[in-house]
Ligand binder design. Structure first.
Ligand code: TXA
Ligand code: MG
Length: 354
């Protein structure tokens, strides 16, 4: 694709400047690409009703056309114009979790072109909670198709700087509203079958969904070390740093740290530059090793680890390390989404320590 001049506008997330929003909204209406902050990660938006604009998203990201996009709306009334045959549960979940990090897969309305959904008869829809995202969608007066604003297989962008690194020169506008607060993408829930299925764990936890759904199907790989890939866009190679990542898991943190130390020492012996992603409380365990250590946040706060995860993977990768060691965290609440992203960043390289 021919290079494009990418304009970056700083925007106050608590009071988005209507003049800046108007420029970005006009760009969307004309078929352009605008990256914007959401509460989960940055999105790369285009007019969801314009198939030519939508194909520009795939081109800019280098994303295969087989990987469907999420349509973003700013008002509940819009839902019936992007999806059809809405089951009662869609209304229940939308009123409970929107605006917020929950995406619902529903039958696709004819107003949404097939390439948004990789040709499938369904469409994924969410209403984000971020004031910049809401203001932009409202001002455009359109549903906005938006994947995460990273190039294909790279960790999702949680800051405007990440977006620029990946997509600068390929998109029209980046709205810089600061770091995305959740830092992990939305939970994707398929409501088109008999039983609701979680296709991707994310910002809304299973526990939160279970308060509204009696039966819910969860892929075993979200909860165990069974890593078989399942649904579109869920391929194992995703979120990958340039350096291979190795994920250590097990029931005893002390044994996990000991194994990470011995693997790091072995890689040092082979004169490899090693990077370690560590919790604040555990940095000290690696202090005597020849390794670059980057903190993920406190073990006591999975929300903080989730918010930092993609940014810190990018950060340690930029140090030029040749391998990255990281340990798994508790697989509960947001921890299920963190586990999923780590498994995929590690492309299945998992060491079970017992
Ligand atoms: O938090 C988020 O969801 C962010 C922000 C920007 O909203 N968006 C995001 O989009 O993560 P993306 O494209 O990186 O991931 C969307 C995933 C796809 O990979 C796919 O697995 C699933 O949502 N998806 C989209 N449409 C689908 C459909 N019709 N059927 C099944 N899965 C679908
Ligand atoms: Mg993505």
């Amino acid at each position: 694709m021919p290079p494009t001049h990418t304009q970056v506008f700083a925007i106050d997330p608590s009071r988005p400047d209507p003049a800046v929003i108007a420029v970005a909204a006009e760009t969307l209406r004309r078929g352009g690409l605008v990256a914007f902050p959401t509460e989960t990660v940055y999105g790369l938006g285009a007019n969801a009703t314009d198939s030519a604009a939508v194909s520009r998203i795939f081109e800019a990201k280098g994303r295969p056309a087989s990987d469907p996009l999420i349509v973003h709306i700013a008002a509940l009334e819009t839902l019936a114009s992007v999806a059809r045959d809405l089951p009662p549960l869609a209304h229940t979940l939308a009123s409970a979790f929107w605006p917020g990090p929950l995406t619902l897969v529903l039958p696709r309305h004819a107003s949404i072109p097939a390439n948004v959904s990789a040709g499938m008869p369904t469409v994924a829809v969410r209403m984000p909670r971020h004031p910049v995202a809401l203001a932009l969608i409202r001002a455009a007066g359109l549903p906005i198709a938006a994947p995460s604003a990273n190039t294909f297989t790279r960790p999702s962008a949680t800051t405007a700087k990440h977006v620029y690194e990946d997509l600068g020169g390929r998109i029209d506008i980046i709205l810089d509203g600061g770091a995305a607060p959740i830092g992990l993408e939305s939970t994707v829930l398929d409501l088109t079958g008999e039983t609701p299925v979680v296709l991707r764990p994310g910002g809304v936890t299973l526990e939160q969904l279970e308060a509204y759904i009696s039966e819910i199907q969860v892929r075993p790989r979200f909860l165990s070390t069974d890593t078989a890939a399942t649904s579109p866009g869920q391929a194992l190679r995703h979120y990958a740093p340039r350096a291979p990542m190795i994920l250590f898991t097990g029931s005893d943190p002390r044994r996990i740290l000991a194994r990470m130390r011995s693997v790091a020492a072995m890689l040092n012996d082979r004169s490899q530059r090693v990077g370690i992603l560590a919790a604040d409380e555990e940095r000290g365990a690696f202090a005597d090793l020849d390794a670059a250590i980057v903190s993920l946040g406190s073990l006591a706060d999975l929300g903080e680890i989730g918010a930092n995860l993609f940014a810190r993977i990018r950060e340690i990768d930029a140090l030029g390390v040749e391998s990255i060691l990281v340990r798994a965290f508790e697989r509960e609440g947001l921890g299920i989404a963190i586990w999923d992203r780590l498994v995929r960043a590690a492309e299945g390289r998992i060491i079970e320590v017992d």
